[in-house]
Design a protein around this ligand. Structure first.
Ligand code: CMC
Length: 430
């Protein structure tokens, strides 16, 4: 009698049956390796390009139920965190598993705030980039360059050294991002103002001109903080997977973060909100929306900001952002592209093409409209995603390093190339 918590697999090639244990509704891929036709066979593998049904780790950080549209950080619903918390507290929660006490929070805020300054050399790195370089390209390579400034970061098994790099990365990302922006604009760099909040200081480093003290608009400061909360982590997405994968070779956290940020840069991941804005600008008029949808359905291109690998329902982050947009637009004036976005959403949500494929607006559909209204240039959007996601990447990285399954990431392949053949001299090749 088979154990109830197991799967019985019959190999019809041999007629042999195998009993494989089930844990957390999952079987271990290595348990399939015993399934062979001949003794010297390699054994059965699973094939899963894009990891659509493969758990790459066990995690306690972020929970998503894509069918129901649920997102929780360490058990707390995203709606409650977005309403009641702030980004720095959220980062603490993601990294350490619990909300901080007042004392823990003050210490954490102090440590992050006192790591916002960057080495003066960083200005020289920045000055080396083309005047019109994409800020995300500058961010990715300058984070990697931190590895050269902090060689002790290689000591990844020392908890104090690790924590020090966590403070540095979370503290310095906004500074790097702001420097990249100021370089692009040809403006002088602005040093951090440690009397301001995390997002208030970021706005200061971006937008301060000749005024002696920059005063962030409280509505915009809070809106940016909520956007940072919503972007802080999203379990095993492409960039988190890159972070864990690079981290699995024991690389230091700066180069691992640079690799994760590079993964985020792509238009199918964090680059999507930039693509949404370009799409809305290209449509240009509410009247042109039906024609655009027709072309999406014909397969000419995708509707950017729609669809998600995990969410098969309205992305809960998009709901929060959509609601917040009104508060922001009250301060900044309405973004004229909003009407096009609303019409796109209305038509798409009634259309069987989108309904049957469960394609709903994702986090990127409305965030770009807010960023644009706040005067961020389009190419800064993905940078605005990378700053808060740094805490998520680091939480995933720390969990990996301390976990029981710490091994180098090294997938298998199904080899379909040529069998062994002899080298042909160049003058004999056809
Ligand atoms: N517009 C039109 N059709 C789409 C879209 C879209 N945005 N997304 C998916 N589809 C269709 C796709 O053509 C396919 O149809 P069919 O079954 O007829 O071939 C079906 O839906 C399933 O698509 P898929 O490519 O298998 O889905 P995926 O899970 O591999 O891709 C995705 C997920 C997010 C890459 C994709 O939905 C997409 O390209 N969306 C647009 C880009 C975007 O908004 N990305 C931001 C994601 S959220 C932020 C983040 O986490 O980074």
């Amino acid at each position: 009698m088979a154990n109830k918590n197991s799967l019985t697999i019959t190999d019809n090639r041999t007629g042999k049956s195998y009993e494989v244990p089930i844990e957390h509704d999952t079987i271990k891929a290595m348990d399939l390796r015993q399934i062979k036709v001949k003794d010297d066979d390699f054994g059965m593998m699973t094939y899963d390009p894009g990891f659509t049904n493969t758990a790459s780790c066990k995690s306690k950080v972020t929970f998503i139920d894509g069918e129901k549209g649920i997102l929780r950080y360490r058990g707390y619903p995203i709606e409650q965190i977005a309403e009641k918390s702030n980004y720095l507290e959220t980062a603490y929660l993601l990294l350490f598993g619990e909300l901080p006490t007042k004392k823990q929070y003050e210490e954490w805020e102090y440590n992050i705030t006192h790591h916002t300054f960057v080495h003066e050399n960083v200005k020289k790195f920045m000055d080396g980039y083309q005047y019109d370089a994409h800020p995300m390209g500058m961010l990715v390579s300058t984070v990697a360059a931190f590895s050269t400034l902090y060689p002790e970061a290689k000591n990844i098994d020392d908890p104090d050294t690790r924590l020090h790099q966590v403070h540095r990365l979370i503290g310095k990302m906004p500074t790097l991002a702001a420097y990249a922006y100021r370089h692009k604009m040809g403006f002088p760099y602005v040093y951090p103002d440690n009397n301001l909040s995390y997002t208030g200081n970021f706005l200061n480093m971006l937008f301060k001109m000749s005024e002696p003290k920059y005063e962030p608009n409280p509505v915009l400061e809070r809106a940016l903080d909520v956007l940072f909360i919503l972007h802080a982590d999203h379990e095993q997405n492409c960039s988190a997977n890159a972070m864990r994968s690079i981290g699995s070779s024991n690389a230091d956290p700066y180069v691992a973060t640079a690799g994760a940020a590079a993964a985020l840069y792509g238009p199918l991941h964090g680059g999507a909100n930039e693509a949404v804005l370009r799409m809305l600008a290209e449509i240009g008029d509410v009247k042109k929306v039906p024609e655009y949808i027709k072309r999406v359905k014909a397969g000419d291109f995708r509707l950017m900001g729609f669809g998600h690998r995990v969410y098969k329902n309205y992305d809960p982050r998009a709901k929060i952002i959509k609601k917040m947009a009104d508060e922001v637009f009250e301060v900044t004036g309405k973004n004229p592209l909003l009407d096009i976005a609303l019409e796109l959403e209305r038509i798409a949500l009634e259309d069987d093409f989108f309904v049957s494929r469960k394609l709903y607006p994702n986090v990127d559909f409305y965030s770009g409209l807010i960023y644009q209204a706040m005067k961020f240039p389009t190419d800064m959007f993905v940078v605005l995603f990378a700053i808060p996601r740094t805490s998520g990447w680091l939480a995933q990285w720390l969990e990996f390093l301390d976990g029981p399954d710490r091994r180098i990431a090294r997938p298998r392949q199904i080899f379909l190339g040529e069998d062994s053949r002899d080298y042909v001299e160049i003058d004999k090749r056809k």
